[in-house]
Design a protein around this ligand. Structure first.
Ligand code: SF4
Length: 376
């Protein structure tokens, strides 16, 4: 007899209906179940009081609702909250909540490590370990939403004030290289019986996996951010190795195609500002030449968070301002990202800081688990 429990966090709405059908239940039961899990944060089948007792008994022997365990939980002085989440075999990923006046954004991870190996990214330096499952991806949102509510004493359920209003897939990993689980998790984020987020409030960030950008536009076209970082192919080849496979011309053409389906009428391009590498005003002018009239876009300039193995330095603030001015004067909306969560190493590009050394990761994770485990 198969004693493996089905983790219901792994199932999208259609799969949950199919699962309930296997148990001899009607589709509306799947909807009820889905609401209990994703709107009330329930993991205990006995608490799902409007399900028939016979169904609850079946579920107790065959299914579970299991998000990845939280190993550590830190809150920064600016309110940014970072969880280190155990994804097994000594691997961990990070989930970061960034509160702002009118919204709460959750940055989630889609892979343990990353194969793309961008030069300025500490996750890339740890190499690729494995793809996260649907349950591990959506489980980050599930854990964070209901943990935030618990902390603030806000009731679960659709009436309780939602804490996470926006999701960005900008944590560890290249989401489009873990396509199916990422798409399933996105569908759950958008589903009215789960989180009900609008496509405009969910942003996927990619380093430019061109064929998968097209596929995403057909399956679940959420808002798109593209890690650009360079104004020409020679420079980008050295910063984002994937550029050798999908050079700028192909990437920008894919961005344009994506916009036909996107919920916003622009692509967000991200530039990590590196001292003396990609931050000169001539390079800003080259960027204007590359983008203007080609792809409706906004530029987000990101201060680099240095880490020892990179050999790179953060651009001086004046250089970033001068760079931004060139873009703005050319009519390209340009923002400079505020760094958040610096004191807990939750700022962009620092996410892998605590798990870079995979050799010792398991030992550290076990030590942390003993010291500060927080469970959803
Ligand atoms: S920036 Fe993104 S795609 Fe590049 S190595 Fe880091 S996680 Fe991977």
């Amino acid at each position: 007899m198969d004693t493996t429990l089905t983790n219901l966090l792994d199932l999208d709405p259609a799969q949950l209906i199919a699962y309930c059908a296997e148990l001899g239940e009607k589709p509306f039961r799947a909807k009820q179940l889905q609401r209990w899990i994703h709107q009330f944060g329930a993991a205990d089948f006995d608490s799902m009081t409007d399900l028939a007792k016979s169904l609850r008994d079946k579920l107790k022997t065959r299914a579970e609702v299991r998000a990845p365990a939280v190993i550590s939980d830190h809150t920064s002085s600016d309110g940014t909250r970072k969880w280190l989440v155990d994804v097994g075999n000594g691997n961990a990923v990070e989930t970061v909540y960034i509160p702002e006046d009118n919204r709460g954004t959750l940055c989630i991870s889609t892979q343990a490590g990353c194969a793309v190996n961008c030069r300025f990214c500490s996750t890339g330096k740890q190499g690729f370990n494995r793809n996260l499952t649907v349950g591990e991806i959506i489980g980050q949102l599930w854990m964070a939403e209901f943990e935030l509510r618990r902390t603030k004493g806000i009731e679960p359920g659709p009436k309780g004030e939602r804490q996470i209003t926006n999701v960005v897939m900008m944590g560890m990993g290249e989401p489009l290289l873990n396509f199916e689980p990422t798409v399933t998790a996105l569908k759950l984020m958008l589903d009215d019986n789960a989180y009900g987020l609008s496509r405009r409030r969910v942003t996927l960030s990619t380093s430019g996996v061109v064929p998968m950008m097209d596929k995403l536009s057909q399956e679940v076209p959420v808002a798109l951010a593209v890690s650009l970082h360079a104004s020409n192919d020679a420079l980008r080849d050295g910063l984002v190795p994937l550029n050798k496979k999908y050079p700028l011309k192909e990437l920008l053409a894919a961005c344009k195609r994506y916009l036909e389906f996107a919920p916003r009428d622009f692509i967000t391009f991200e530039d990590c500002m590196l001292d003396g590498v990609n931050d000169r005003v001539e390079q800003a002018a080259e960027l204007v030449h590359l983008l203007r009239g080609r792809v409706p876009c906004k530029l987000n300039l990101i201060p680099f968070n240095p880490f020892p193995a990179s050999g790179l330095k953060r651009s001086p603030h004046d250089a970033v301002l001068a760079f931004a001015r060139v873009l703005q004067e050319a009519g390209i909306v340009t923002t400079i990202r505020k760094t958040r969560g610096d004191d807990i190493a939750a700022a962009c590009g620092q996410l892998a800081g605590e798990v870079q050394d995979r050799t010792n990761a398991r030992i550290r994770l076990q030590a942390r688990r003993g010291a500060s485990e927080v469970r959803p």
